[in-house]
Design a protein around this ligand. Structure first.
Ligand SMILES: CC(C)(COP(=O)(O)OP(=O)(O)OC[C@H]1O[C@@H](n2cnc3c(N)ncnc32)[C@H](O)[C@@H]1OP(=O)(O)O)[C@@H](O)C(=O)NCCC(=O)NCCS
Length: 206
């Protein structure tokens, strides 16, 4: 299994392998955010096929309640592994860890993620990975139906947070706390992600 940053050619490939509702797919919208420097989209690959994705949203969660509770906290979003037979083999964990690795490289101390109240298995995974509940909120999102009209959706969610800074580092290097990231992704981000991916490939090959 490999993890890489989503490239322009990967969006159509993703939509072919992993269904997405709407005329303008979720992946296209995520990639547009990456192009604007607002996020980094990571893909998991198995035998040349995309099997999972996650988006690190550097500008944080859209929900006002979360923004008030933890201003500037980047959000790990859009985690998914397909097809279902490939779940429970460590791919989701590897994607979350790779996203956390990107945050650490930027000196970010805390990251968060939302989980729907009706998704206890995902909540159990995030608890195992060290995420703790911060606040309940309503996640409002929309997608374009086949007729081009927007469909609005609301999910009851919990926002979870994780401190990425190990105690030993706190007294030493003084990491910057949730500083706003550079507006553009650097070449180094890609190189570092490849390194993280190689690491997880050794540890989590399904
Ligand atoms: C949640 C998800 C990304 C985890 O990916 P994964 O590759 O299965 O994760 P890992 O193998 O690293 O960890 C497995 C754990 O994920 C959790 N999990 C959540 N939903 C799961 C599902 N539908 N199938 C298998 N595991 C799931 C469980 O805690 C599981 O542990 P278990 O096997 O002991 O029950 C994946 O299951 C998925 O795509 N689910 C559907 C979409 C979704 O719910 N996304 C999360 C939105 S917050």
């Amino acid at each position: 299994m490999e993890i890489s940053v989503c490239g322009p050619a990967d969006v159509a490939l993703l939509d072919r392998h992993i269904a997405s509702p709407g005329t303008l797919s979720f992946r296209a919208r995520r990639f547009a955010r990456q192009q604007r420097g607002e996020s980094t989209c990571l893909l998991a690959w198995l035998e040349g096929r995309p099997v999972g994705h996650v988006e690190m949203r550097w500008l944080g969660c859209d929900a006002p309640a979360v923004r008030t509770a933890r201003p500037g906290c980047p959000e790990i979003n859009g985690l998914g592994v397909w097809p279902e037979e490939l779940r429970s083999r460590g791919i989701g964990t590897a994607l979350v860890r790779a996203a956390e690795g990107l945050a650490r490289e930027r000196g970010i101390a805390t990251v968060g993620m939302g989980v729907a109240k009706d998704n206890p298995r995902a909540a159990a995974l995030y608890a195992r990975l060290g995420y703790q509940p911060l606040i309940d909120y309503l996640d409002r999102w929309s997608y374009e139906g086949p007729d081009g009209a927007l469909r609005d959706c609301v999910d009851a969610c919990a926002f979870l947070v994780k401190d990425l800074v190990r105690p030993a580092l706190r007294n030493g290097r003084k990491p910057r706390c949730n500083e706003h990231p550079p507006s553009r992704q650097t070449r180094n981000d890609h190189a570092d992600t490849r390194k993280v991916a190689a690491f997880h490939q050794q540890r989590h090959s399904p």
